[in-house]
Ligand binder design. Structure first.
Ligand code: RP5
Length: 184
């Protein structure tokens, strides 16, 4: 009996789940920030893959990743890049999947360069650009969750619950503040 239980656990651990969200970063140096995206996807129990692929340093890989993304089962791509951030645009050029761009802070212009490079896409090739840095990484994953929720009732319910919890947290914070002010 004990052996059977053990076998089941091992199988579950080695089962491959196809990723639905692809997170692509221009550099490993973007990883500390992009962990925020991963944390959100984990919270919603969504399978993802994370890659370091550069539009400038490994352009062939960027093209290959984007052009095979849909057939590999991905539904949405999150792209993070800093400085002259062309990664989101290059990925979007090679796939029909929605691409969400996260501009990375840093460099001489501290992210203003990557914000403009990511958001200012020419007509016909959109990259849904979120805020710079950690908040953007967080929101990019939430946006991916919302996109997936369009076709999945379970994900939709989880997202609605997330919104309710967030609202409750604000109410609680306000209550705590009012109490503090009255006592203070
Ligand atoms: C971009 O240049 C990367 O996305 C990163 O944000 C920035 C700096 O890259 P590293 O020089 O740290 O590799 O391509």
């Amino acid at each position: 009996m004990a052996t059977k239980t053990k076998k089941r656990v091992v199988k579950a651990k080695t089962e491959k789940v196809k990723p639905l969200v692809g997170i692509v970063m221009g550099s490993k140096s973007d990883w500390p920030v992009m962990k925020e995206s991963v944390a959100v996807l984990e919270k919603f129990g969504l399978p993802y893959e994370v890659r370091v692929i550069s539009a400038h340093r490994s352009p062939e890989e960027a093209t290959a990743f984007a052009s095979t993304a849909s057939t590999r089962g991905l539904k949405v791509i999150i792209s993070a890049a800093g400085m002259a951030a062309h990664l989101g645009g290059v990925l979007a050029a090679h796939t029909h999947l929605p691409v969400i761009g996260v501009p990375m802070k840093g460099g001489a212009l501290d992210g203003l360069d990557s914000l403009l490079s990511t958001v200012q896409m020419p007509r016909g090739v959109p990259v849904a650009t979120v805020a710079m840095g950690g908040s953007g990484a967080h929101n990019a994953a939430l946006l991916a969750v919302q996109m997936l929720a369009l076709a999945d009732e379970n994900i939709k319910k989880k997202f609605q619950q997330y919104k309710r919890t967030m609202k409750q947290d604000v109410f609680n914070a306000d209550l705590a503040l009012q109490k503090e002010l009255q006592e203070g």
